[in-house]
Design a binder for this molecule. Structure first.
Ligand code: GAR
Length: 215
């Protein structure tokens, strides 16, 4: 029993702690949680799930999973004030890596400075194409033949930081924007856990805008 407790304590010490930020559905958060549970993101745990929207479905889903949750409603508040609350919460939970998972807010420069090269985002396009809202519809309306998703580090510009991983999907003749969004989302659920695992491994370097895996 004592050994088991010691082993558990050791595991807790070595696990990297993720802070998930979301605004809505939370399917990427659930994909990350599933990937941790089945070992695709080794030595990691979700330390806290934070939403800027009260009762966001992703936040509601986190509660019965026994995860710490917090809500900081952003509407009507100055960005810097709101972000200061979120930063304090992430620090309180000793978060190593912040994962934006459908967090529909721009981060203030202070937020980015608080977690340098430790904030990831997933976006449903092959960046730099179609940053911003409704990326899948933008790609469909543009007539793209290939679309996809991007996991990238977050910098002070919208959907702009160093790219960690991209996955492409075809746009098929019978598609509408919803069908395309669904096909992209399936790839998001694979791409985000894989990107998190790569970043947590530390086996990479950043050269300019290039993410390079260390041999
Ligand atoms: C995902 O498609 C994600 O890529 C997108 O919001 C959706 C959230 O879904 N994020 C952005 O557009 C960020 N610019 P989810 O809540 O089910 O994970």
């Amino acid at each position: 029993m004592r050994h088991a407790a010691q082993a558990e304590a050791r595991t807790e010490q070595t696990n990297k702690r993720l802070g998930i930020l979301l605004s809505g559905r939370g399917s990427n958060f659930l994909a990350i949680a599933a990937a941790i549970a089945d070992g695709r993101i080794p030595q990691a745990e979700i330390a806290v799930v934070i939403s800027n929207v009260a009762e966001a479905p992703g936040l509601v889903a986190a509660r019965p999973m026994g995860l710490a949750t917090a809500t900081f409603v952003s509407r009507g508040r100055p960005r810097a004030d709101h972000d200061a609350d979120v930063i304090a919460c992430l620090r309180q939970h000793q978060v190593d890596l912040v994962c934006l998972a459908g967090y529909m807010r721009l981060l203030s420069p202070g937020f980015i400075a608080a977690f340098p090269d430790r904030i990831l985002n997933i976006h449903p396009s092959l960046l730099p194409a179609f940053p911003g809202l409704d990326a899948q519809t933008q790609a469909f309306d543009y007539g793209c033949i290939v679309a996809g998703c991007t996991v990238h580090f977050v910098d002070e510009h919208l959907d702009h930081g160093v790219i960690v991983l991209q996955r492409a999907v075809p746009v098929l003749d019978g598609d509408d924007a919803d069908a395309l969004a669904h096909r992209i989302l399936e790839q998001e659920h694979l791409a985000y856990p894989e990107a998190i695992a790569r970043v947590l491994s530390g086996e990479y370097k950043i050269e300019g805008r290039r993410y390079v895996t260390r041999a």
